[in-house]
Design a protein around this ligand. Structure first.
Ligand code: 4NP
Length: 159
């Protein structure tokens, strides 16, 4: 039996994009019956201990996903060994992860949108200074990536 896959989603504050990614991925995995370890974290420390932004909570809720129990945390060195994959929401966060990865890191680093065929190399725009529309656009990107990731992992488990 293959080991349970694990994925960490990383944005800047861990209050908008990566909590939505965590929520979308939990929902997509549950629907597909995929056993997976999922978490999210930020490269910045400002919001440690906070719940997701109320606009992120509202957006996820509109799509039937409850993210209210998430608590923001910062990426740790341990994450680079405990997760198979660390998926950054944009290029700046990916660059910070590459810079901060410790010796012995085993996690594969990539952009979240690299998971979506045809959208490799794209960033998920930061909605923090935006409006509800921006959060909806974030959700659309993130749920496309969650679906693609679930498909890829489900196919890998069948192999
Ligand atoms: P996130 O959004 O990285 O998607 O969680 C942000 C949240 C907070 C800040 C920036 C982006 N901030 O500057 O506090």
């Amino acid at each position: 039996m293959a080991q349970t896959p694990s994925v960490l989603f990383v944005c800047l504050g861990n209050i908008c994009r990566s909590p939505m990614a965590e929520g979308a991925m939990r929902a997509a995995a549950q629907e597909a019956g995929l056993d997976i370890t999922i978490d999210s974290a930020g490269t910045g420390a400002w919001h440690i201990g906070s719940p997701p932004d109320s606009r992120a909570i509202a957006t996820a809720a509109r799509h039937g996903v409850d993210i209210t129990s998430q608590i923001a945390r910062e990426v740790t060195h341990r994450d680079f060994q405990t997760f198979d994959r660390i998926l950054a929401l944009d290029h700046q966060n990916l660059a910070n992860l590459r810079k901060d990865q410790p010796e012995g890191a085993t996690a594969q680093l990539a952009l979240l949108m690299d998971m979506v065929p045809g959208r490799e190399g794209e960033a998920v725009a930061d909605p923090y200074y935006g409006e509800a529309d921006n959060f909806e656009a974030t959700w659309a990107d993130i749920s496309a990536a969650a679906q693609a990731l679930v498909s890829a992992l489900t196919a890998a488990q069948r192999r």
